[in-house]
Design a protein around this ligand. Structure first.
Ligand code: MN
Ligand code: MN
Length: 363
């Protein structure tokens, strides 16, 4: 049994859980090596106190699970069976405390589960999973570096296609085509290509509007590789920028560098946010930096930790997150520069390497 699953058994012991059910597909992958998107079908990794773990999978996934899962006991349910009745048949008859993923199980899923399985206490199992996931292992770091290398190759290829007169969607399509071509599993979130005024919306929608000369062009993209997400933003100049846009770019670049400098072990996330934010505030753009500085990155595109001004949790070696300061001026435009960084034993390693100095493209 692998150490991740052993950790969950220890958690069960501490919390006096009789059964622990993992339903989030990414967590099933994290714990067993078997990934599937079951859509509405039931998928679960089940730990029963004193017994070996087992998987309960849709029958159409049985073969794949047998080939890839480190958990060797695998049961299947067919589309005509009630999966919760099947689950119940593999559980002890008397259960006091049952652990579930409260942030993943839907109300409908819980109603179906609790109508078949009786338990006095329904406990949440997020804590041990979050605790494990927040520290990336050397093996995970290798995969994250692969996801980052691919997205940087994608970004380079996409930038080549930028010309005055093409649309934001043309570039989105090119980037997402390259994501598949260059060996990723696809985008880790909806690719953003935002030109001109729209770069001033942190989560604007790319459209068929045309890229024009003299505009800022913001590209925010990521891919999944082997289940892990990368995330990078670069903002470019389509031709020569005016003085205001150049200033905004420099403000954000300096904040990005100050944020990265502040990363090392045993400092609060608030202190990292502050270092970047102060540099923006000092130059008079504080009102335009309206987001947190960054977010954890791994199996999910946004995960723990959140890098914001109220987070007093401290960094530890192996934590991986984004540093993405931005300045967003409504009706004018914006700049964001986003890197992925990891806390090392004595400082920080910046995993993204795409150049950050203001670059003119497309003309
Ligand atoms: Mn991003
Ligand atoms: Mn991000």
């Amino acid at each position: 049994m692998n150490s991740r699953i052993q950790n969950l058994y220890s958690f069960m012991e501490r919390q006096s859980l009789d059964v622990l059910l993992v339903t989030m597909p990414k967590h099933v992958y994290y714990l067993t090596g078997f990934y599937t998107d079951p859509h509405e079908r039931f998928l679960g990794l089940v730990l029963v106190k004193g017994q070996d773990p087992f998987l309960l999978v849709p029958s159409l996934d049985l073969e794949k699970a047998q080939q890839t899962s480190s958990v060797s006991t695998i049961h299947a349910h067919t589309d005509t069976q009630n999966p919760y009745a099947v689950l119940k048949s593999y559980l002890p008859s008397s259960i006091t405390s049952f652990g579930v993923e409260k942030s993943h199980l839907t109300v409908a899923g819980f109603e179906a589960l609790s109508s078949h399985v009786e338990a006095k206490v329904w406990a949440d199992i997020e804590q041990p999973l979050r605790e494990m996931r927040v520290i990336k292992t050397p093996e995970e770091i290798v995969i994250m570096k692969k996801a980052i290398r691919i997205v940087e190759d994608v970004l380079r290829a996409g930038v080549e296609k930028v010309r005055v007169g093409v649309t934001e969607m043309d570039i989105v399509a090119e980037l997402e085509y390259q994501m598949r071509r260059l060996g990723s599993q696809g985008p880790s979130f909806g690719t953003l290509v935002l030109a001109g005024e729209k770069s001033g919306q942190p989560h604007g929608e790319p459209s068929n509007s045309v890229i024009k000369e003299g505009e800022l062009l913001l590209l925010d993209l990521g891919v999944f590789a082997d289940g892990y997400a990368s995330d990078i933003t670069r903002t470019f100049a389509v031709g020569e920028l005016n003085a205001k846009n150049k200033e905004m770019y420099d403000v954000v670049l300096q904040a990005n560098l100050r944020g990265i400098e502040a990363v090392r072990p045993d400092v609060t996330f608030a202190s990292i946010d502050y270092a970047a934010r102060k540099s923006i505030v000092d130059r008079g753009y504080g009102d335009y930096f309206i987001t947190r500085l960054g977010h954890g990155l791994g199996l999910e595109i946004h995960e723990y930790p959140s890098v914001h001004g109220e987070n007093q949790d401290k960094t530890r070696e192996g934590m991986l997150f984004t540093i993405e300061p931005g300045v967003y001026v409504p009706g004018h435009g914006g700049v964001r520069i986003e890197d992925d960084v990891i806390v090392t034993a004595d400082g920080v390693e910046v995993l993204t390497s795409f150049p950050k100095e203001l670059t003119i493209i497309g003309v």
